[in-house]
Design a protein around this ligand. Structure first.
Ligand code: 5GP
Ligand code: ZN
Length: 115
């Protein structure tokens, strides 16, 4: 755990979050500023800064994807959803503990704004 990392602090229970699902290796909780009717963040318990670091830990990567799929099921996203990993400056990543955004619950429109 890195005590300066916001999501490690959520994992440690230091900062509250609305938990949707938890496994030994992952946590899924609601985004504080939802961009869709359902907007859940899935993080590995192990601190990895971004999806590139996560890819170097295949077990954790698989667990994050499995939890994302479970969240879609729990949230009833039977008509579809998106899984997004914002990465780096151009990707607009703001929190540097890798997280999958699972978004859905309504048609999400074009994949990228303005395209
Ligand atoms: P990023 O831009 O890094 O891909 O996404 C970070 C996400 O974390 C944003 O969607 C933002 O709303 C969410 N977020 C930031 N701070 C908090 C917080 O304290 N609690 C929760 N639940 N979400 C947060
Ligand atoms: Zn962290």
């Amino acid at each position: 755990m890195e005590n300066t990392c916001l999501f490690c602090r959520i994992l440690g229970g230091e900062i509250p979050a609305t938990v949707v699902h938890r496994t030994e290796t992952t946590l899924a909780f609601r985004d504080i500023d939802p961009k869709a009717p359902s907007h859940v963040l899935v993080i590995p318990v192990a601190h990895h800064a971004n999806v590139i670091e996560l890819a170097a830990d295949p077990a954790a990567a698989a667990d994050v994807l499995a939890t994302a799929a479970k969240v879609a099921e729990l949230e009833g996203l039977t008509d579809g959803f998106r899984v997004i990993f914002n990465t780096g400056e151009h990707g607009g990543q703001e929190v540097h503990h890798v997280h999958a955004h699972v978004v859905g619950g309504a048609p999400l429109g074009p994949m990228l704004a303005g395209r």
